[in-house]
Ligand binder design. Structure first.
Ligand SMILES: [Zn+2]
Length: 477
């Protein structure tokens, strides 16, 4: 009896602690924060200029070696940003750009980057993808508005305007923009190679990445700037099944395609990679917890209790959140025999993998190779790259970004997070320990969904804040 009573009392105490922690966690200003989107004179002027950049079609492809359109895009930039072209040292790496703005040399150099190539625009759009239309609500339409001509425009405009005021930065400021980002081409690696050859180590790299969003995660009420501090590793892997082939009229069991099928089902059913909440994910949820709906708040305000359960369940609840806490594998292409009535002597599937820091490329590939062996498959690594080092959100570069964000976007929450997609910043790990992935621009849910999709557009009213953000980042460096 007494034992039961003790257990009951303990349970009541536990529930009380959980509830108290939930109720006492008060909302932060991010809950009510809004980014004002005035169509003032400055926004209208910026909108027209961004529209000009969007009108120039700059679709990139690994199968198209001709870079003429990117050089034509540079001519537009030359006209739009005369001070940059007068003041800076300009380097062009086969269509990719690097400007060096010499400063007083008091601190380590910094680099802001973006890219000026875009993905193709298929399907039916409300406004033609390269129209650069500006509608009555002040939205600029077209492929590349969000990804990433807007941030390119803002970082160049910030430098241009500071130069016009006669400002000289404390450190060298580099401005970079590749024309091969969308297919991980040679632009950014060539730029990094140049920096390496000249012994340039960067105190900060600020690339595209997260943006300013309302409800960045379902159930979190508020406006947040999502700053990528970790980029997962990337891999393409091929799994090969062999047999003696033969005629399809007398098939044996376990033919190559069947083995590949069994393997893929097994990987999905018995997931081979570990789930782990790293410190970045924990920090992200801790910062969002105060503005969550009650159910989520109950869990995330009590991570001390629920973390093990959540680590297991998160990938089931939300695939994007799941991708942040584990290595992922997605089967992408497949090939059997060439004849409808011929058993393949060799069949294969390929998979795209994204590696978590806690199970990097080597470990993850070793695990999947072992699993494939069980089904009589060979594994061939086509390409693999390790995860990027995690940027410390307690260190100076992140704190500087937070300070600037607080000035430009009062009340907006700033959250570190894991990038599940890739950017050019991954190449910069060789020249900087602080690659932050954040385009300081507000976009709504539709605009977020339009990246690489239909109807890409951005508010011109968002642009002045973006310009101010880069200006302050330069002035505080
Ligand atoms: Zn893109």
């Amino acid at each position: 009896m007494e034992i039961l009573l003790v257990i009951l009392l303990l349970l009541v105490a536990l529930v009380t602690v959980v509830l108290l922690r939930t109720v006492l966690l008060k909302p932060t200003p991010a809950k009510e924060a809004k980014v004002p989107l005035d169509n003032n004179e400055r926004a209208v002027e910026y909108g027209k200029k961004l529209s000009t950049l969007v009108k120039k079609e700059t679709v990139s492809s690994r199968f198209e070696p001709d870079r003429t359109k990117f050089l034509e895009f540079h001519e537009i930039l030359e006209e739009m940003f005369p001070n940059i072209h007068k003041t800076c040292e300009k380097h062009v790496f086969n269509g990719s750009l690097l400007f060096k703005w010499s400063g007083k040399g008091n601190h380590e150099p910094i680099l802001f980057m973006s890219h000026h190539d875009v993905v193709e625009a298929t399907g039916t759009w409300e406004h033609e993808p390269f129209s650069g239309d500006i509608d009555a609500e002040g939205r600029i339409w077209g492929r590349g508005t969000v990804d990433t001509k807007a941030s390119l425009f803002c970082l160049l405009t910030a430098a241009e305007e500071l130069m016009a005021e006669g400002y000289v930065p404390e450190c060298d400021v580099y401005l970079a923009s590749s024309c091969t980002e969308e297919w991980s081409g040679e632009g950014a690696p060539a730029t990094v190679q140049y920096l390496k050859e000249h012994g340039i180590k960067l105190g900060l790299v600020l690339d595209e990445g997260g943006m300013i969003l309302e409800e960045p995660v379902g159930g979190v009420i508020g406006t947040y700037g999502m700053v990528g501090v970790l980029e997962k590793g990337y891999g393409d892997v091929k799994f090969i099944a062999r047999s003696n082939g033969g005629h399809a009229s007398a098939p044996k069991k376990n033919s190559p395609l069947v083995r590949l099928g069994k393997f893929m089902v097994d990987v999905e059913k018995n997931y081979p990679f570990q789930h782990q909440f790293n410190s970045t994910i924990t920090e992200m949820f801790t910062r969002m917890a105060p503005n969550m709906n009650f159910g989520m708040k109950l869990i995330f305000a009590n991570l001390w209790l629920f973390k093990p359960l959540l680590t297991k369940l998160l990938p089931m609840i939300n695939s994007a959140a799941g991708a942040m806490i584990r290595t992922t594998i997605a089967f992408t292409t497949a090939k059997g025999s060439n004849g409808l009535n011929v058993l393949p002597q060799e069949a294969f599937v390929t998979a795209n993998m994204r590696f978590s820091p806690h199970q990097d490329d080597k470990e993850s590939i070793a695990i999947i190779t072992e699993r494939a062996k069980k089904f009589g498959l060979e594994t061939e690594v086509i390409y693999s790259d390790s995860p990027c080092p995690v940027v410390d959100y307690k260190a100076a570069p992140f704190k500087r970004l937070e300070e600037v964000a607080a000035e430009v976007y009062p009340g907006v929450g700033i959250c570190p997070y894991v990038m599940t997609g890739g950017t050019d910043a991954k190449y910069y790990k060789e020249v900087s320990d602080n690659c932050l992935r954040f385009a300081p621009l507000y976009i709504n849910a539709q605009q977020y969904a339009s990246i690489h999709g239909l109807n890409e557009n951005i508010y011109q009213g968002a642009l002045p804040h973006g310009v101010d953000f880069y200006k302050k980042m330069i002035q505080k460096s």
